[in-house]
Design a protein around this ligand. Structure first.
Ligand code: NAP
Length: 501
């Protein structure tokens, strides 16, 4: 049976109405009315989160693991309804929503396992040395403790895996932090049904209802009130450079600045090394086109530029042929489709840029574009470095290995950098490694960066503007670190220690 959203916010276990409404704008299917969030409701949710932290912050890992698994179960119990409303709102294909749901429940379960193992606590102990001269040493124990209520911004491009019960919320819950989620107005119904699943898990496991609230969006003051609320201790965000930077600045300007873990923009460059391109340029070019087209290019890991050396024409024509055959795809929102067209225009007007594939897309429809530019011109026009959110690729032609290294050095921070190489390219790759290692959170060889594995070793972050905190990742178990802080306990009797020490 289809899910019929009621359009309310969920604040600490109660579904709440607010006066003003907005109407959703689904890619297909019926539109619904949703309550617009307000700063007052944000405050109510944040106070409830702070209240919940008193017990949740001291809950056992076993209890939190049960809670995370219960959320995953409740999401799976609503699988069909989630896929239906998710595809309607986002325009993404059913298979994508199904896969993303699996990733969402999978990462909740992964965090449950992770906290049960306990390594993340990074327990340290320096026993007392009462006879040490000249001064005795006290007993010192250190452990990672939850930071407090966390604000989470639902991402437009991942209605499940980076939204209401997505990676940020899962990491916060795993750490012992309540979460206040600001829903993305591109998928308010998906947000509502997932909130219903979290609510059911709270009731099933007896958690304090304030551990989770969902405030629907609709107005800018919801986000700014949330990051400025004195109860909030950290923020998880995925979105635009402009929006993320505005919220980051608000966090820094607070009387008590808090960390803003923003994942903003990245062009995810690929470096095409000569032996690999001579041996299998066409195959790599077709693979690149497939990666660019995935999800209509609306991935933060979309590989927007390919840096080539002379001899890459086979690569370029294979990419062009594969992109030419691509059908139009529906973008997530009208705003994102408009931003895509502006990005296309910016690249097309760039210094020395030649158009290889120029298509026409209107409304919420996206078609691919392919451009080619000499490295000299790319280096001189910084606008060509900016992320274009959509299926647009730029081939940057370097004259030689030195110029390729110059392009690498000029890059801003990236989520990923990719080397396409054969064994004979090893020397050149070795020269590039110290450069790209300083630019990106993840470096790939002979692959495509779209498709981010959720696991212990994943790093989804990188120097600014890829993220606002390059010591962190927003995917994988290490992302729990964002919501923890080390506390040292000196000469503390056991009765006063948190139970995990
Ligand atoms: P966005 O505009 O940055 O919005 C993300 C969230 O932040 C929304 O909840 C939005 O609220 C809020 N927000 C943005 N600016 C704000 C401000 N100044 N004050 C308070 N709240 C603010 O991102 P989007 O809507 O997802 O997509 C727009 C563009 O972002 C895309 O075209 C793309 O370029 C980029 N994007 C990049 C990635 C990536 O992974 N790199 C992912 C998604 C989007 P409202 O909805 O209420 O405005």
């Amino acid at each position: 049976m289809s899910f019929k959203p009621h359009g309310k916010h969920l604040i600490a276990g109660t579904w709440v109405l607010s006066e003003q409404k907005f109407t959703s704008d689904p890619a297909h299917g019926p539109a619904h009315d949703y309550c617009v969030g307000t700063p007052e409701l944000v405050d109510q949710a944040c106070r409830a989160a702070e209240d919940a932290f008193g017990s949740f912050g001291y809950s056992s890992r076993v209890d939190r693991a049960a809670f995370l698994n219960a959320i995953a179960d409740e999401i799976e119990a609503r699988a069909e309804a989630i896929t239906e409303i998710g595809t309607q709102e986002s325009g993404l294909p059913e298979a994508r929503l199904q896969g993303e749901r699996g990733r969402t429940s999978g990462q909740l379960r992964l965090f449950a396992e992770h906290i049960l193992k306990g390594d993340y606590l990074d327990r340290r102990h320096d026993p007392a040395l009462p006879d040490r001269a000249p001064l005795p040493r006290p007993d010192l124990k250190m452990i990672q403790r939850p930071i407090g209520p966390v604000a989470v911004f639902g991402a437009s491009n991942f209605p499940l895996a980076f939204s209401t019960a997505g990676g940020d919320t899962a990491a916060a819950f795993a750490a012992g932090c309540p979460a206040v989620v600001k829903g993305h107005s591109a998928h308010p119904g998906t947000g509502e049904i997932v909130a219903e699943a979290i609510h059911a898990a709270i009731e099933k496991t007896g958690m304090h209802p304030g551990v989770f609230s969902l405030i629907q969006g609709g107005k800018r003051d919801v986000g700014s009130a949330l990051v400025q609320n004195p109860m909030i201790r950290a923020v998880g965000f995925t979105g635009s450079l402009v929006g993320g930077r505005a919220l980051f600045d608000l966090c820094a300007a607070r009387p008590d600045p808090i960390p803003f873990f923003g994942e903003l923009g990245s062009v995810n460059p690929m470096f095409l090394l000569p032996h690999a391109i001579a041996a299998r340029g066409a195959e790599i070019g077709a693979g690149w086109a497939g990666s660019l087209l995935m999800g209509a290019g609306q991935f933060c890991t979309n590989p927007g530029i390919a840096v080539a050396l002379p001899g890459a024409d086979g690569f370029v024509s294979a990419a062009e042929a594969a992109l030419t055959e691509a059908a139009g795809q529906t973008m997530l929102t009208d705003g994102i489709a408009d931003a895509y067209r502006s990005g296309v225009a910016r690249v097309a007007d760039g210094r020395g840029v030649a158009e290889l594939l120029g298509t026409a897309c209107t409304g919420r429809n996206a078609k691919p574009y392919l451009y080619r530019v000499a490295a000299r011109d790319w280096l001189a026009d910084t606008a060509l470095q900016e992320e274009v959110f959509g299926p647009l690729g730029i081939v940057v032609d370097a004259r030689d290995a030195d110029e390729m290294a110059e392009v690498a050095s000029a890059l801003q921070g990236q989520l990923t950098c990719t080397l396409h190489m054969d064994a004979e390219d090893t020397d050149q790759a070795q020269n590039l490694m110290p450069i790209v290692e300083r630019k990106a959170g993840r470096i790939l060889v002979n692959g495509f960066p779209t498709g981010v594995e959720v696991c212990d070793s994943m790093v989804h972050g990188g120097p600014y503007p890829a993220s606002t905190n390059f010591g962190a990742t927003s995917v994988g178990t290490l992302s729990i670190r964002r919501f923890l802080r080390p506390v040292c306990y000196q000469n503390m009797p056991d009765a006063l220690l948190p139970r995990d020490v």
